[in-house]
Design a binder for this molecule. Structure first.
Ligand SMILES: Cc1cc2nc3c(=O)[nH]c(=O)nc-3n(C[C@H](O)[C@H](O)[C@H](O)COP(=O)(O)OP(=O)(O)OC[C@H]3O[C@@H](n4cnc5c(N)ncnc54)[C@H](O)[C@@H]3O)c2cc1C
Length: 555
């Protein structure tokens, strides 16, 4: 397929400016970075998080009055899939010590640590074990593993990166546990990039004052998931994995303790009562809500389910209004839209260019600033390329990389990206990529403390669905560390709680009924049913066919 003839014409402008730009890059000259004041202006005007339109106060629940993106507020004001009075809570389908909801890095780590205590663990997940954002992570995992570094510097960099909005106890836990997480992953068989003498080959990255990015090629997340999944499988006697079985509502007991969850089998469409003495929510992010219509890097199951279920049960949030947009998501070909183009491409020297082939920003600004600059160039300056489906795109001049570092560098350093584009007839070592900001990370979420406890006894949470670790801006590499640190802590805390002796009383869904009453009292008539489980990308034609089938089935 490749680029259209019109796009190929525009690429000629990129090629025309390339020799001079490569020469400047060789001399170490770059487009000037913005001053702090200029950054503030561009963020204020163009970053989606800073704009008033598309945001509103949530009208119910523990954080009532909090201003959130419309899509998140609407999700929190949604209705349950269940009619609480119609569910028979005396018929228990699964009974366990610890129920883990979600099977990415956070959930799998929690399952392993909880099972260390000899407890019975069920890990219920929406898709297959490992179908998760963790699997897709590329760049690396932060940890102070080098002699020149320490948790002290990791703490300071993380707090600074988060614009001082982070929850300090969580950052301290992250920085403290990080080297232990790396040692644990290695003990499970993870293969990290190493120096010839056997030490970890940690690299610099944006926002770090020390070399702290530990990686496994450009597939760090897949390598983490490989060892976690293997280890979970090794423990079949203690950990049961239920795939295609998402949780749709939490269960409490009549004394207010968390007591399990209602699971939904996506294949048979049956509901199951899973009673558990402790529950860990590790359901990941919200990219598939497509806030403000942005594409996303996230996997299909990233629909904010855990936050919705916990919020209905009375758990508040931290930093939820803040979302991370990655400046370089794929804008073309359509099949790849939203997929991540790692910072490494710009780090290797590729310039970001407008439709005239001109540079318009320093390519290594922080993620939020760089995203705002791309949006400005498209929306205000109107110098973006338009794709055949009407999307904005700006060029990322990847062929510069081979010119700067030698033939073959693109294929060697960016093998996954090379293949992804080659499948659609684009050789990124010869032609630039078309990119635009993409929804990448849910900065905030479920409120927890450093032991992963929520305000509900027996309910724990870990990973991207929580808030506070990263404040309003996550540093690259800190999320993989977050899921290992807090996944492990959640498993330990849940197990310790169960071991102290938990006596569950009668199960209830009164919190769901109470929430729906609050919605009615607030005059909210929102047709959305959540957790939505999967985003609905049906075209009008498919939607009407489904409706016709449903009517026929009902008759
Ligand atoms: C393309 C990409 C690249 C990234 N690169 C990096 C990187 O280099 N370094 C870094 O630190 N971070 C990176 N991140 C971020 C990081 O990978 C994630 O934030 C992190 O892995 C999230 O882990 P998690 O366990 O919280 O969630 P996930 O790994 O997303 O797992 C969530 C799990 O919960 C399941 N689930 C969802 N809803 C339900 C439900 N209702 N019931 C049951 N199960 C449910 C999902 O199916 C999934 O199994 C990247 C993210 C993406 C998308």
């Amino acid at each position: 397929m490749g680029y259209t003839p019109e796009m190929k014409e525009l690429i000629k402008r990129v090629e025309a400016t390339r020799p001079a730009r490569v020469e400047r890059a060789r001399r170490g000259e770059n487009f000037p970075a913005l001053s702090l004041e200029e950054r503030a202006v561009v963020l204020e005007k163009f970053h989606p998080d800073y704009q008033k339109e598309g945001r509103r106060a949530v009208r119910v629940g523990r954080d009532k009055g909090l201003v959130l993106p419309d899509e998140i507020a609407t999700m929190l004001e949604s209705r349950s899939m269940l009619r609480p009075d119609k569910v028979d809570l005396t018929k228990i389908d699964f009974d366990t010590d610890v129920l883990i909801v979600g099977a990415g890095g956070g959930g799998s780590s929690a399952a392993l640590l909880a099972s260390n205590s000899g407890l019975k663990v069920i890990m219920a997940t929406k898709l297959r074990h490992g179908d998760a954002n963790t699997m897709m992570a590329e760049g690396g995992i932060q940890a102070a593993t080098q002699e020149c570094d320490s948790p002290f510097y990791h703490y300071l960099d993380t707090i600074g990166g988060g614009h001082f909005t982070n929850q300090p106890d969580l950052v301290a836990a992250l920085a403290h546990d990080a080297p232990l997480s790396i040692a644990w992953l290695e003990s499970l068989g993870m293969i990290f990039n190493k120096l010839p003498d056997g030490r970890l080959d940690a690299r610099h990255f944006g926002g770090s004052s020390r070399k702290r990015m530990n990686s496994s090629g450009d597939m760090t997340g897949a390598e983490i998931m490989r060892v976690l999944r293997d280890e979970v499988r090794n423990r079949r006697d203690r950990i049961t994995v239920l795939e295609f079985c998402p949780a749709v509502e939490l269960l409490l007991d009549e004394t207010g303790k968390c007591a399990g969850a209602i699971l939904y089998n996506m294949e048979t469409r049956e509901f199951f009562i899973a009673r558990a003495k402790a529950v860990v929510i590790a359901t990941g992010g919200n990219g598939r809500l497509h806030i403000k219509g942005f594409a996303t890097t996230n996997h299909y199951g990233a629909t904010m389910d855990g936050v919705v279920m916990c919020y209905r049960a009375g758990v508040g949030t931290t930093c939820l209004p803040s979302t991370q947009y990655h400046p370089t998501g794929v804008a073309y070909p359509e099949q790849n839209v939203g997929l991540l183009i790692t910072e490494k491409v710009r780090g290797l020297g590729a310039h970001v260019l407008n439709n005239e082939g001109e540079q318009f920003c320093f390519p290594l600004e922080p993620r939020d600033v760089e995203s705002a600059e791309l949006i400005k160039e498209a929306v205000e300056v109107q110098k973006a390329v338009l794709t055949p489906t009407g999307r904005y795109g700006l060029w990322l001049d990847s062929p510069m990389i081979d010119l700067l570092h030698g033939e073959g560098t693109v294929r060697r350093e960016l093998p996954a990206k090379f293949i992804q584009f080659a499948r659609h007839g684009i050789d990124i070592s010869k032609e630039p990529m078309l990119v635009y900001p993409t929804l990448h990370y849910q900065n905030g979420g479920i409120a927890i403390n450093a032991d992963c406890e929520t305000v509900i006894p027996g309910l724990y949470s870990a990973g991207e669905c929580t808030g506070g670790v990263h404040g309003e801006n996550r540093l690259m590499g800190n999320s993989l560390q977050d899921v290992i640190t807090f996944g492990r802590r959640a498993g330990v805390s849940a197990a310790a709680y169960v071991k102290k002796g938990v006596e569950l009383k009668k199960l209830t869904l009164d919190h769901v009924a109470g929430y729906e009453k609050e919605l009615a009292e607030a005059g909210i008539d929102n047709p959305m049913v959540a957790p939505i489980l999967l985003p609905d990308y049906a075209t009008d034609e498919v939607a009407s066919r489904r409706m016709a089938e449903a009517i026929q089935e009902a008759e």
